[in-house]
Each structure stands twice: as C-alpha cells, then as structure tokens.
Design a protein around this ligand. Structure first.
Ligand code: GLC
Length: 553
C-alpha cells in the first residue's frame, strides 16, 4: 500500500451505521459494511474519534484516549474491525486529537483539583494587569479563546470549544503521554493516523493580535517552527518505529511552503496533509458564515498553487472535496437537482486524477447531498449553533441566518449514511441522533449498487485507474485554462504517458478550444461521464461533463 496508489475512505462512525438501535452509529456497523467498502475498492478507512467523550464536539473532545466510548462499542470491537478489514486488504486509520483534550479528561480534572503536575499540562495564564483576558484571541468556534480555570484567578486556553482545553506541548510529560497514546493504537494494528489540527500545537508567544480572529492572529500560533520539531519527534517516538504506517496531518490555515516541510520525505514528518484553502472560495471576505456563489477562478488558482507548489519540492497533498467539517461538495459546487450524476462524477474525476492521495467521504460515492434541514432545531453541531447566535446578535434576520447555516453547517455532511429506502434510510432501527436527509428514498446504497452505470460504479472505476496508471499516481501536473470561466483542465505526464483532463463546472454546454494543443489520434478516452468520445480541436462539453484522455508518448 503506497500513498501514491491508494484511496482512503472516511467513515464518520456516529452517522455511519447503527447496529444497536440507539440512533448512533457504532464500530460493529463499520464491520458490517466492510464488504461494501471492499467492493468500492478503497485501501484504508479513516474513522473519526470513537473514544469516550462528552460529545460537545462530537468526539473531538476526548476524555480517555485509550478506550472506546460504550456507545460505539468496545476495544474488542476495534480489534475485530482491524482484523476483518485486514482480511480484505484494508487498513484502519484512527483520528489522533493531540492539540487538546476534554475538560472531563482526568488530566484536566486533576489540574482543577489543584495538582500542579497536571496544571502544567495546560496553558494557564492570569488576566492582564488591566483585568482583561490573557490575550485577545478568538476561539475558532466563536467567542474568546480563554475560559476561567475553576475557582482560581487563572484562565485556560481553548482554541476550540470551551470543553476542549489546549494541551501544553512545551511540557515533555505531555508529549510523552500523547506518544504513549499513539503507540497504544499502533500496537493494536492500526495502519494509519490522522492528526487533528496538528499545526496549531506550537503556541509560543502569548501576545495580543491586531484584530481578534484575524489571519494575523492565527499566524501567531499556527505553523510555528517548533511544530516541525515536535512532528519529527512524534514520528521518531511513535509511527517511525512501525512498518508501513500512513500519516496525514490536518493543517489549519497553512501554506504551500509549510506543506512541503510537513510532507517532503527527507524531513521525516508526515506522508501528506489536508489543507483547506480550496474550500473557502465561497466565503465572503474570508468569513465562512456568509453566502456567495463559489469563485471558480480562485478555486482553480488555489488547486494549481498546491498541485504545482507541492510537487516542486517533494510535498504530497491529500485530495478531497468532502469531510465531516464541510458541506457536501456536490450541493456546493454543482447542481444536485438537475444534474446529480454529472455533478458527482465530474467533481470526483477532477480531484481523483490529480497528484496526491484521494479521500472519499461516506456517502459521496452514492451522491449524497446536503440535507437542507428546514429549522434551526434540526442542527446539532456546536460550531453551527454558536455561529447562528452570533449572526442573530449581529442583526441578521432569522431566515437569512438559517439560509447561511443550511449552506455552511458541518451537519450537512454528518446526516446519517443512506443505506436503503427503508425507515431512517436503513441507518438505525431507533431514532437517529441527527435527521436523515429527505432524499434517501432515491439516493441510497441499495439503489446505487443496483445501477450498473451509476455514481458508485464510476467511483470504483476511478479508484482502480489510480492503481493501474502510473501517470495518475506519479505523473507531473500542469494546469490548463486557468482563466476560462467554466472549464477546469490539466495535464498529467510521466515518461510513458500523458493524461488530459477537461471538466465543465457549470450547467451550460461549453466549447473548448484545443487548437493550440497537440490533438492527434493517439489520444483515447480513459473515463468520462458524458457523450464526448474523441479528442478534437473544438470539443463540446455538456453541463457538468468531465472527460479524461490518455496517450502513449
Ligand atoms: C478538526 C476536526 C473538527 C474538530 C476540530 C477540533 O478541525 O476535523 O471536527 O471540531 O478539529 O478538534
């Protein structure tokens, strides 16, 4: 299994498959779905956190790193999952949330009780002389980043929810305790590690920013040089001692230059990173909680910057449109009403044929969409609810605030997996913790598997192509049509072959002028979702049509 040829599937356990009827997915549900995932052709499954947690942030607030929340199952279930997946040639990747732990974790509870050893596990600071908070930093989930620490006159840092206390990585005891956690899971046979918000572990200067919540503020604690030292140490102390472990770091607001440092093999840090700039192209002036049609030229510019930039110095990207923190890409970038098949397959092809390791988020392979919940009560996510209130406080009307939430909420991707047209989409026999999208009667796994030429079959094909064609897994990358208002294009190339991708990102047919391009009979169609068969000087692409051609050199 190599990062070049593999495809990783992300399952969000809480919403994947419930086998107990409590309305929450569980580990046995993942085990029961392994045949389905094997059929899709994926190599590894990344599971979001299933550790004991009070669930203020759906499991990213961990109260015990080396156990399983009984609502998800037991350690034995995890062992069984690892074994059953392994029989099918599939590895298991776990989520390591090492920047912060739950305030219900023993470490924080002991610190609160006055234990100095554990107090040094956290960032505890007094107010400024004028009585204001230690810094003016904003939490990424809204509100100030400091909370009163029990009955003391200190505050603890929390870059995320107030129940997620940032861990003090400067303390070697903290680092050793976290490395032990990582080794605990590796020893059980885990083959992959996804490190949550890894590039913010290195807070160094606790100084005020010019503007709370600004990019300048994030730069104060993001990608600081010490992060690289600690990531190298993390590798040496944990996964570097095991064979064939695949690692990916989630990097908040990072840059290509940093991305190269995290992933160039000689630096001994990680295999690849998630970066998010391409998923901010529908943020008005950088503010997520706004609505705006996506900026296509900006989208292409960013993807080009990362594809070309990272390959220049041996960096490696994770390729993705979706995850548990993003609205569904097909609802966002396409037309799921009139062109559901074309939208889903076009987006998939455009990203899978790039240079990097593709990730498929649960339900993407059958064309799941945003659930479009019609009332605020249907939403559960802490970030969503905080920001809804912030919008109302700013004077935005309830209906406008709801429209923004419907477009941007993280619950869009967390609605339960649609397995069948049966009750609750076959996700649970109980009451689902988050409502199922109304379209489950037509968009579901049972239906998808019955279609010979549907979205699922298309994904199978894409995943296999990466294994069969070195030009896809290893070729160089060059963009075409960066200024074109509706076409994305690029060329992949290795010593033997060239691959050309053309994608129409909009709902009108478009003519592509390839007269400057070497169009000859050697090109043959490799994959596509529409009528185009041959490469010609003037190619007409239908709405959301994508096509890839290949030729020998
Ligand atoms: C990451 C996770 C997200 C979580 C946050 C805090 O961004 O993907 O779901 O809320 O970290 O742990």
């Amino acid at each position: 299994m190599t990062k070049e040829t593999m495809t990783i599937y992300q399952a969000y356990p809480k919403s994947f498959k419930d086998t107990t009827g409590d309305g929450m997915g569980d580990i046995q549900g993942v085990i029961q779905s392994l045949d389905y995932l094997e059929r899709l052709g994926i190599d590894m499954i990344w599971l979001n956190p299933f550790y004991p947690s009070p669930q203020y942030d759906n499991g990213y607030d961990i109260s015990d790193y080396t156990a399983v929340d009984p609502r998800y199952g037991t350690l034995e279930d995890v062992d069984q999952l690892i074994q059953e997946a392994d029989k099918r040639g599939i590895g298991i990747m776990l989520d390591m949330v090492l920047n912060h732990c739950s305030t219900y974790h023993d470490w924080f509870q002991k610190a609160l009780a006055g234990d100095k050893y554990y107090q040094d596990f956290f960032y505890l600071k007094p107010a400024k002389p004028d009585g204001s908070l230690p810094t003016n930093w904003e939490s990424k989930f809204g509100g100030p980043a400091w909370e009163p620490f029990g009955e003391t006159d200190l505050y603890y840092l929390r870059l995320y929810d107030l129940h997620q206390a940032d861990l003090n990585w400067h303390n070697p005891h903290v680092r050793q305790a976290l490395y032990e956690v990582v080794r605990f899971w590796l020893d059980r046979g885990v083959k992959g590690l996804r490190f949550d918000v890894l590039n913010v572990i290195g807070k160094v200067d606790f100084v005020d920013s010019q503007e709370p919540g600004s990019a300048q503020e994030k730069a104060l604690y993001t990608d600081t040089p010490i992060v690289h030292e600690w990531v190298q140490e993390l590798k040496r102390e944990t996964f570097g001692q095991y064979e064939g472990i695949v690692t990916v770091g989630e990097m908040s607001s990072t840059s290509v230059a940093e991305g190269i440092k995290y992933t160039a093999p000689q630096r001994e840090e990680l295999d690849m990173i998630f970066s998010f700039h391409h998923l901010k192209v529908d943020y008005q002036e950088g503010d997520k909680w706004t609505q705006m049609p996506f900026d296509f030229l900006e989208l292409k510019r960013i993807l080009d910057e990362w594809q070309v930039g990272m390959s220049r110095e041996g960096g490696w990207n994770a390729l993705f449109w979706n995850n548990h923190d993003q609205p569904r890409a097909n609802s966002r970038f396409g037309d799921v009403v009139n062109y559901p098949y074309e939208t889903a397959t076009m987006l998939a092809t455009a990203i899978h044929l790039m240079r990097g390791t593709p990730y498929v988020y649960q339900g993407e392979e059958i064309g799941m969409t945003n659930p479009d919940y019609s009332t605020i009560e249907a939403f559960q996510d802490i970030e969503t609810l905080n920001n809804y209130q912030i919008l109302l406080d700013k004077g935005v009307s309830e209906s406008e605030a709801l429209a923004i939430i419907q477009a941007k909420s993280r619950d869009n991707s967390r609605s339960p997996m649609q397995w069948s047209a049966g009750a609750h989409a076959g996700f649970t026999t109980g009451q689902p913790w988050l409502a199922v999208a109304d379209n489950y009667s037509t968009i579901n796994v049972e239906q998808a598997l019955a279609e010979e030429d549907g979205i699922f079959a298309y994904y199978q094909n894409l995943i296999q192509l990466r294994k069969d064609y070195p030009v896809i897994s290893q070729g160089s990358y060059r963009s075409l049509f960066l200024d074109h208002p509706s076409i994305m294009g690029y060329i992949r190339e290795d010593e033997n072959q060239q691959l050309l991708l053309l994608a129409n990102f909009y709902g009108d047919p478009v003519q592509v002028d390839l007269s400057d391009f070497q169009v000859d009979l050697a090109w043959r169609k490799l994959i596509g979702n529409g009528p185009v068969e041959d490469l010609t000087d003037r190619l007409e692409l239908e709405p959301y049509e994508v096509v890839a051609f290949i030729r020998e050199k």
